[in-house]
Design a protein around this ligand. Structure first.
Ligand code: PLP
Length: 361
């Protein structure tokens, strides 16, 4: 079963634990095994390793059930994003969040430079601005909410309804929120994309991505792109991501409660000019007083928090985002993104506090 129907009446923690398992029969394993195969005996539905794999299918069933749609997994979040952007016809316009993940922005800019599409960037938390951009030339509305790393929140029901009304396909990158916090398909989105590398897999050991949709035309087009372009997920990565999904709700809830407590504590620190936090999820952004130098000092001074890119693992990590030259110039130089993990919050606070104390007063 590849749709979410079998789990429609169950609550999310139960779905996270139960979806995407083999049938319960004597001597069946409880978990879908790691099926390493390039070639299948002819005459079945799969035939070849670029067309399907039982381990990917188990991960897709579970993720589809969690998001309320049908999933196709990919080699990475960027492979999922590139696949959706590849569905835009030449000359059509994509309206996208100005502060969405920089890899998506780089990909959009490259398609525009090659004359394939037009791109209009908007402040995704300014609903009127986004609605005004949805004219007849627009094919796709690219939403990230919260955005990475500015943490702006979009009004998903309003934007997705307006997009549908205008005949525009709406896509939500749900990497930061995860289905534990928000289910964009329920809020009117046509497509969800994930960097499953982050919270879904959750242990900083796998790069994998996914598209989820309820629209059969989009599911078929995306599956076809994967078959032909070949941006396949690794089988081990799909297995690890499915293993990660089993505890997604526990990890996200703990990261969120840690983040909420840290936001309360850090707000008063003299080295912090501004705390950005949407009120939910495990990602916090601190604007450090003193800009890039002070922010680099904070990143270099932690002992428990790991100075690293990426996010959504069980371990807390942090980085100054503008150290990447591709990051938009509208992101402050001194912005440090925190990915709050599931450790003890007092240990996390002590370490962060001593790193912030290192900033000269
Ligand atoms: N979307 C968001 C919000 C991200 O943060 C990232 C990576 O940081 C991606 C997509 C890209 O995913 P991947 O690194 O798995 O290709």
């Amino acid at each position: 079963m590849t749709t979410s129907d079998a789990h429609a009446e169950l609550r999310l923690p139960t779905v996270a634990v139960k979806a995407g398992r083999p049938e319960v029969q004597p001597d069946q394993p409880l978990n879908e095994p790691l099926v390493m195969a390039s070639t299948y005996v002819a005459g079945g539905a799969v035939e070849y390793g670029r067309y399907g794999n039982p381990t990917w299918a188990a991960f897709e069933t579970a993720l589809g059930a969690l998001e309320g749609g049908r999933a196709v997994s990919f080699a990475s979040g960027m492979a999922a994003i590139s696949t959706i952007l590849d569905l835009v016809a030449p000359g059509e316009t994509v309206v996208a969040a100005r502060h969405c993940y920089q890899g998506a922005l780089v990909q959009l800019a490259s398609l525009e430079q090659r004359g394939l599409i037009k791109v209009v960037l908007v402040d995704i938390d300014d609903t009127d601005q986004v609605l005004a951009a949805l004219n007849d030339d627009v094919a796709l509305l690219w939403i990230e909410s919260p955005t990475n790393p500015a943490l702006e929140v979009a009004d998903l029901p309003v934007l997705c309804a307006a997009a549908r009304e205008a005949g525009v396909t709406s896509v939500v990158d749900n990497t930061f929120a995860t289905p534990v916090v928000q289910r964009p398909l329920d809020l009117g989105a046509d497509v969800v994309v994930h960097s499953a590398t982050k919270y879904l897999a959750g242990h900083s050991d796998a790069v994998i991505g996914a598209v989820v949709t309820r629209r059969d035309d989009i599911w078929r087009a995306v599956d076809e792109k994967r078959r032909t372009m070949g941006a396949l997920p690794g089988t081990l990565e799909a297995w690890l991501a499915l293993r990660g999904l089993r505890t997604l709700h526990l990890r996200v809830e703990r990261a969120q409660s840690n983040a909420q407590e840290l936001v309360r504590r850090v707000a008063q620190h003299r080295a912090v000019d501004r705390v950005r936090y949407p009120g939910f999820g495990g990602i916090v952004a601190l604007e450090i007083a003193g800009g890039a130098g002070a922010a680099d000092l904070v990143s270099a001074s932690t002992r428990l928090w790991v100075h690293a890119t990426s996010l959504g693992g069980v371990e807390s990590s942090l980085e100054r985002r503008r150290r990447w030259t591709s990051e938009p110039l509208t992101i402050p130089e001194g912005l440090v993104r925190l990915s709050v993990g599931i450790e003890d919050v007092d240990d996390l606070w002590s370490d962060l506090q001593q790193a912030l104390d290192a900033v000269p007063g």
